[in-house]
Design a protein. Structure first.
Length: 213
């Protein structure tokens, strides 16, 4: 794979160390240097104001690529609840307010679902890879489940304690990290990305050759 070496690092456009190390683990077999936003000085914050997960993922990836002059990868994900018309959706992280924590978000969602029989929901993850100028590549993963009546399990984060996955008869918070990565929305999007990553490397090399270093 020597010929596949990329002459510029790929920036994971996040300050979330857990997420950055997840992507580093995923791409460890490829000859590419991985950086995250913390490897650079202070950068302007990006406002995640898109209408869809794809909008936000592309916006974050493009912004980081443009400002750093390097290829960048970003993801956006959240919970889509059928009975709530797709909410919390792109507002998943701030459903109960801009500075809300996971507990407050979960409480607000369970309150909104009180007495509702149809509890179908999906976790959605969109990954975007962008170069400083030009188009972005998109990868998407979805996991279908059911909103529980009350939180279950100690693991995970976000809405994991109230998202029940019928095939394993567990909430995401009751799963081992391995179980969750195997079935989760981000796990599926990342698996799709990994499968295609040799093609992604070729695409990046072609795009970057057209752009000044």
């Amino acid at each position: 794979m020597q010929h596949m070496k990329l002459d510029r690092p790929l920036v994971i456009a996040t300050r979330n160390q857990g997420k950055a190390s997840e992507f580093k683990r995923l791409l460890k077999d490829f000859e590419i240097d991985i950086k995250c936003l913390d490897d650079f000085g202070p950068l302007p914050e990006i406002e995640e104001d898109g209408d869809t997960f794809e909008d936000n993922a592309v916006k974050k990836a493009r912004f980081a690529a443009r400002i750093l002059g390097l290829p960048a990868l970003a993801d956006d994900s959240g919970l889509v609840v059928k009975a709530l018309g797709g909410m919390p959706g792109v507002y998943s992280a701030r459903y109960a307010g801009d500075h809300a924590d996971d507990l407050a978000n979960n409480r607000k969602l369970l309150q909104a679902m009180k007495g509702i029989k149809d509890r179908e929901a999906s976790f959605v993850c969109v990954i975007a890879i962008a170069v400083p100028r030009g188009p972005a590549l998109i990868y998407e993963g979805t996991c279908n489940g059911i909103i529980t009546e009350e939180p279950r399990g100690e693991g995970g984060f976000g809405y994991d304690p109230i998202f029940y996955y019928p095939p394993l008869r567990k909430t995401f918070a009751e799963m081992t990290p391995e179980e969750k990565n195997h079935v989760s929305h981000r796990g599926k999007a990342m698996a799709e990305l990994k499968e295609e990553f040799e093609k992604v490397m070729i695409w990046l090399r072609q795009r970057l050759d057209e752009e000044p270093f």
